[in-house]
Design a protein around this ligand. Structure first.
Ligand SMILES: [Zn+2]
Length: 256
C-alpha cells in the first residue's frame, strides 16, 4: 500500500481544507471544505476526482462547500453521527464505535467534543496523520462553544495519547497568535521560542505552519501542558488540578 498524499487547500481567510488521495484505489477525500471554489481548483490542477467529503464538525467554515461539491462529484459525505441534523448533505455518520473505511484503510474516529458537542477527529493510523478540526490547533485549542473546560481537557488528552510522531492537520492557520499567547504563559520554554521563530519566518512568506506533530504540541502548546511549572507559576496556580489550570488558560485566551 503506497502512502496517502495529503495536500493543503487554503480557504476563506485562514481556514485549511485538505485533499487526501490514494493512487492505489483512486480515492480522493476533502476534509472540511469551507467553500467549493478552492477545492474544485485544487482537484482540477491535480487531475483528481473527489469521492468523499469528511467533516470534523458542523460549523459553516468547515461544511460550506459540502452541497456544491457533492452535487458536482457525487461525493459521499462522512461526518459525526451525533450531529447528523447539522451536517449539510451527510450520507454516513461515524463515531468512536463506528470506524470508517477509506478504501483499504481503516480510519479511526475519535470523539472530541467541547468546541461543538459532536466534534470528531479522523485518525489515519497507517499514514500517521490526524485531522483535528477546531479542537487542537498549532500551539492552541478551539473555543468552548458547546462544552465545558473538563470536556475539552478530556478531548485534548485523547489526542495526546496518539503516537508522538503522528502529523497533526488542524482547521485554521492560527499559529502566530497562538504562539504569542503561549509565550505570555511560558516565556522561558526554549522549544517554544525556537518554534515561534520558525512560525514567524513561515508566516512572513505567507507559508503554512501545518502539519505539526503530537510531540511538538506536547512540548510547545500550553493547553496540553498544564503540568508545566512555569505555566503554573505565571498563573499562580502551583497546586491546582490540571483541568483547572487548563480552564484558566482558556479563559485568558478568550480575552487575549
Ligand atoms: Zn469550528
Amino acid at each position: 500500500m503506497t502512502a496517502l498524499a495529503i495536500e493543503l487547500v487554503p480557504c476563506l481567510s485562514d481556514n485549511y481544507a485538505y485533499l487526501i488521495h490514494s493512487r492505489d484505489d483512486g480515492l480522493c477525500a476533502v476534509v472540511d471544505p469551507s467553500e467549493p471554489g478552492p477545492v474544485r481548483k485544487a482537484l482540477a490542477e491535480r487531475g483528481l476526482r473527489l469521492t468523499h467529503i469528511l467533516n470534523t464538525h458542523h460549523h459553516f467554515d468547515h461544511t460550506g462547500g459540502n452541497l456544491a461539491l457533492k452535487e458536482e462529484f457525487h461525493a459521499e459525505i462522512v461526518g459525526p453521527a451525533k450531529d447528523r441534523e447539522r451536517i449539510p448533505g451527510i450520507d454516513v455518520g461515524v463515531d468512536g464505535d463506528t470506524p470508517w473505511q477509506f478504501g483499504s484503510r481503516a480510519v479511526r474516529v475519535l470523539e472530541i467534543p467541547a468546541h461543538t458537542r459532536a466534534h470528531i477527529a479522523f485518525v489515519f493510523t497507517q499514514d500517521n496523520a490526524v485531522f483535528t478540526g477546531d479542537t487542537l490547533f498549532t500551539m492552541g485549542c478551539g473555543r468552548l462553544f458547546e462544552g465545558t473546560p473538563a470536556m475539552m481537557w478530556d478531548s485534548l488528552s485523547k489526542l495526546m495519547r496518539l503516537p508522538g510522531d503522528m502529523r497533526v492537520y488542524c482547521g485554521h492557520e492560527y499559529a502566530l497568535n497562538n504562539g504569542r499567547f503561549a509565550l505570555t504563559l511560558e516565556p522561558s520554554n526554549s522549544e517554544l521560542q525556537v518554534r515561534m521563530a520558525d512560525v514567524r519566518a513561515l508566516r512572513a512568506k505567507n507559508a503554512p505552519t501545518i502539519p505539526s506533530t503530537i510531540d511538538l504540541e506536547k512540548r510547545t502548546n500550553p493547553f496540553v501542558r498544564p503540568d508545566s511549572a512555569e505555566i503554573r507559576h505565571t498563573l499562580n496556580m502551583a497546586g491546582a488540578m490540571d483541568v483547572d489550570v487548563f480552564a484558566e488558560m482558556r479563559r485568558r485566551k478568550d480575552a487575549f
